[in-house]
Design a protein. Structure first.
Length: 178
């Protein structure tokens, strides 16, 4: 069931039926997970199913499958989590797993859908995220959405044979008195 949609994408709840060999391959592909927390160790189908169940059962997580409408393919996931209902903040997370759909601004489009949801329906005043310095495409996507860098943990992660910074970026709601 579609929860949010744009012209090209639909967002719906991530379900156990999304635990396919294709999704598992995304999690085990270092190129896809290079800028993510996931993928540091090999994952099994059982672990993937357990992860999806945990996301489904977490009252503090809104986890969505990103569906390309033209092909009806599951191309990635997006989530809001780490809600602070007093400060009215939450964290955004994104993974575009389908390599064929990269470079089509699907990440930006799906983020915009979930940001609008966070500000408009959940009454959040700030959406924040963490992104690694070795993921310049993601940083550019977030900057295009209006995110500003708020902080940095220097040389915080190890990837590609080097240490990289972990950046914290945020976006404030344009319509809410902050």
């Amino acid at each position: 069931m579609i929860f949010l949609e744009s012209e090209r994408l639909a967002l719906r709840a991530l379900t156990e039926t999304d635990a396919t060999d294709t999704y598992l391959a995304w999690i085990n592909d270092p190129e896809i997970t290079k800028g993510l927390e996931a993928g540091k160790y090999p994952s099994t189908m059982e672990e993937l199913l357990a992860y999806i169940r945990a996301m489904q059962n977490s009252p503090g997580t809104v986890m969505m499958a990103i569906i390309e409408k033209a092909s009806q393919r599951h191309i990635g996931n997006i989530k809001l989590h780490n809600f602070d209902w007093i400060a009215r903040t939450c964290e955004l997370g994104l993974m575009i797993g389908d390599k064929q759909t990269r470079g089509k601004r699907y990440g930006q489009e799906s983020c915009q859908l979930l940001i609008n949801y966070a500000f408009g329906r959940l009454n959040m005043r700030k959406v924040w995220l963490a992104v690694y310095q070795n993921n310049p495409a993601a940083i550019k996507t977030y900057q295009n959405l209006g995110f500003q860098t708020e902080g940095c943990l220097s040389q915080h992660i190890y990837a590609d044979g080097a240490y990289h910074d972990k950046l914290f970026m945020s976006l404030f709601s344009p319509t809410i008195n902050n």
